[in-house]
Design a protein around this ligand. Structure first.
Ligand SMILES: [Zn+2]
Length: 267
């Protein structure tokens, strides 16, 4: 029999090595693209300024499932003609700080699965207190969080206000919510944790309108004093961390109080 050729494996290996390298490189890229830990896999935040359309055109709201579970209203205090309080130079307005923080909280919340966020405003427009409550009540929201900043002479720190209605069924949830917010903000770092407070400023006999007239558990967060340089500096440097903390506190409250995550959809 003629010419049984001897295969030179060494030469074959040398000839094929560039192709093997190329295939290995492509496989690595594919694997990395599917890595669930990648930042890009988090749902992209979207903002809503009014009651959401529940009928289905939610193509750009990937974190809102058809069977939405947990509706959170984030209320940026003041806006438009109502500037709120100011810093000592009167160039920095509370309404702007409230909106900056609210937009960031919204983004962090929408990174969680099955959370539906509604904002009472997403730009510098005036929204009345009754309208803010109406938006939350008509959406049948599960939680309402109003974000503000404070002012006073010689004071600093954060505080969270809840209704002065200890017999209300919402009260334990509100205490949990406000407690978590204070705790997680303090973990980030605040000039002073003034804690959970009930009622309205110095009066135990009334409540903030947004707490009183919303049907769901609610709180009003005072994110430091605009009259305090330390608090303003903290607010600017730690905005993202504060927003993350508030979003985390809202989620922890939901888990503590069984407000969300029905057993059949979460193993
Ligand atoms: Zn305010």
């Amino acid at each position: 029999m003629a010419g049984k050729r001897k295969v030179r494996w060494g030469r074959v290996a040398i000839l094929l090595s560039p192709f093997i390298f190329l295939i290995a490189l492509l496989c690595t890229k594919c694997f990395n693209g599917q890595n669930p830990a990648e930042e890009s896999s988090r749902p992209k935040a979207t903002l809503e300024g009014s009651i959401p359309d529940q009928t289905g055109s939610a193509g750009n709201t990937p974190s809102v499932p058809e069977n939405k579970i947990y509706t959170v209203v984030i209320d940026a205090g003041h806006g438009g003609k109502d500037g709120g309080c100011t810093d000592p130079t009167e160039t920095r307005l509370e309404k702007d700080d409230n909106l900056r923080l609210s937009l960031r909280v919204c983004e962090y919340l929408q990174a969680y699965p099955r959370v539906h966020v509604i904002m009472t405003r997403t730009d510098d427009t005036f929204v009345s207190l009754s309208e803010r409550c109406r938006i939350a009540n008509e959406a049948n929201a599960d939680i309402f969080v109003s974000l503000h900043r404070n002012t006073a002479s010689n004071a600093s720190g954060i505080e969270v206000w809840i209704n002065n209605a200890p017999d209300s069924p919402n009260s334990p949830i509100e205490r949990s919510l406000a407690g978590h917010i204070c705790e997680l903000l303090a973990d980030v770092g605040v000039s002073y944790n003034r804690g959970v407070r009930t009622g309205f400023r110095d009066s135990e006999d009334s409540s903030y309108a947004v707490n009183r007239d919303t049907k769901m558990p609610s709180c009003l967060v005072e994110m430091g004093f605009m009259s305090s340089d330390i608090d303003n500096s903290n607010f600017d440097r730690r905005l993202n961390e504060y927003a993350d903390a508030i979003a985390s506190a809202i989620m922890e409250t939901a888990e503590d109080t069984n407000l969300m995550y029905t057993p059949d959809s979460e193993s």
